[in-house]
Design a protein around this ligand. Structure first.
Ligand code: PA5
Length: 428
């Protein structure tokens, strides 16, 4: 379901870029969980080993919640919301007509956003899914305190218990204590799966169930990827991608831009940026993950990509083979706009031709390497597949770089400073 095309990278052959034994050795390290951060490798077996009992309980709870609301507020930040948002937007689209709309809070401390969101909810039938693995993160903590109060004022304490679900650690953290004390349903984030690897756990799956997404198909896709991406060498597409991006880093490129031609995959880009940025941005090493949505950004950043500073950025293009829906350009008798020459083509065909033309311009004229990832479609099965693909790729890529891909010590620095300035008890 994902084909890696390296013909536009300028790399002659991947075998020349890395010692094959190193790939095999890292593969064993991942599989046997013997490398750095090895207590956070639970995502490897998860597509088949997920807790079936909890999954059934989530389905039941999500069905009930879905029947009561028209809006679900997902409260979380980083790995605790990006995966659900990426999946929801990619699978359901940006202007879907499903009865439940998912909106997000707790990923910002903007007072304006938060107050306007609260205002927006006034005439909605809404519920909350609050997500935090640590259960102590400030941004979602504040948002939950505000929105829980608003919901209780609206529906009363008893009914609010039917409308609030928490996804958190099985035992520790303030959110678990709060949820247990107030009688909210909770679902568990496994100990051995870190935030940015958690989209297939209740973190992503519960909100998607409430949104009416077919999560069985997401698991089918992830399980297929687990099976198909099991080779220990460069025949494995996830490893091809990991090795190619590191080869470009070694040639001096500093940033990788993930490029999609589908607006509804913008949050997939955001999820990918977190996965790679937080996993690899350590010890002064790694590519800076960035992203663009074309054609939109061709009319803003396109000039830089074509003719700006060279040797810094390369692109990874996501090419989607089959659209969810296609549109034909209609014939117009007057043809004042001169577009009748396009009427034999569908919009998806035109988009695909644009991809070809842009790759040619960026690679051949702009001397900008392009990795192309070909996806089958923007659906649930593909989403599960791509999650596993990128998780495996970042594990290989991070170990090639010799960093621990599964921790995020740098994120703590701002938190400490903020707590100190805010006067949090116990922080000196
Ligand atoms: O990947 C990570 O671990 C982080 O991005 C976390 O997901 C993010 O910081 C939110 O943390 P928590 O779920 O503990 O609130």
């Amino acid at each position: 379901m994902i084909k890696v095309d390296l013909q536009y990278t300028g790399l002659k052959s991947l075998e020349k870029e890395i010692d094959l034994n190193k790939v095999k050795q890292i593969h064993e390290t991942i599989k046997n969980k013997t490398g750095k951060g090895n207590d956070f490798l639970g995502w490897i077996e998860w597509p088949d080993a997920y807790d079936k009992k909890e999954y059934a309980a989530m389905k039941e709870s999500a069905k009930k919640l879905r029947s009561k609301i028209d809006t679900l507020v997902v409260i979380g930040i980083g790995g605790s919301y990006l995966g659900a948002r990426a999946a929801d937007e990619m699978i359901r689209g940006l202007n879907h007509t499903d009865k439940v709309k998912v909106i997000y809070a707790g990923h910002t401390m903007s007072s304006t956003y938060t107050a306007q969101l609260s205002e927006y909810l006034k005439d909605k039938n809404w519920g909350i899914c609050v997500i935090s693995k640590s259960g102590t993160t400030t941004e979602p903590g504040i948002a939950f305190r505000l929105l829980e109060k608003q919901l209780i004022e609206k529906v009363g304490v008893e009914t609010s218990k039917e409308l609030i679900v928490a996804v958190t650690d099985k035992a520790k953290g303030a959110l678990k204590t709060l949820a247990d004390n107030k009688g909210y349903t909770t679902f568990t984030i496994p100990d051995d799966i870190g935030g940015r690897f958690s989209v297939l756990t209740p973190v992503g799956i519960y909100p998607l169930m409430v949104a009416g997404v077919n999560t069985d198909n997401i698991f089918a896709g992830a399980s297929l990827a687990k099976k198909e991406l099991s080779a220990n060498d460069l025949s494995n597409p996830a490893y091809q991608y990991a090795v190619a991006r590191n080869a470009l880093l070694n040639k001096g490129f500093k940033s990788e831009a993930m490029v999609t031609y589908e607006l509804q995959m913008q949050y997939l880009n955001e999820w990918w940026k977190q996965l790679f940025g937080e996993s690899e941005g350590k010890d002064g090493k790694s590519l800076m993950p960035s992203s663009m949505v074309f054609s939109t950004d061709l009319h803003s950043l396109g000039q830089f990509v074509q003719e700006g500073t060279r040797g810094v950025l390369f692109e990874t293009i996501i090419k989607v083979k089959n659209p969810i829906v296609d549109v034909k350009v209609p014939v117009d008798q007057d043809n004042y706009d001169g577009l009748n020459y396009l009427t034999e083509k569908t919009l998806h065909e035109i988009n695909s031709i644009a991809i070809e033309g842009v790759i040619d311009a960026h690679v051949n004229t702009g001397k900008m390497p392009n990795i192309v990832l070909e996806f089958d479609a923007m659906n649930d099965v593909q989403f599960g597949y791509l999650v596993y693909f990128f998780e495996l790729a970042v594990a290989m890529s991070g170990y090639i770089l010799e960093v621990n891909p599964f921790d995020q010590p740098g994120v703590e620095v701002y938190k400490y400073n903020m707590f100190k300035l805010l006067g949090k008890p116990g922080i000196k």
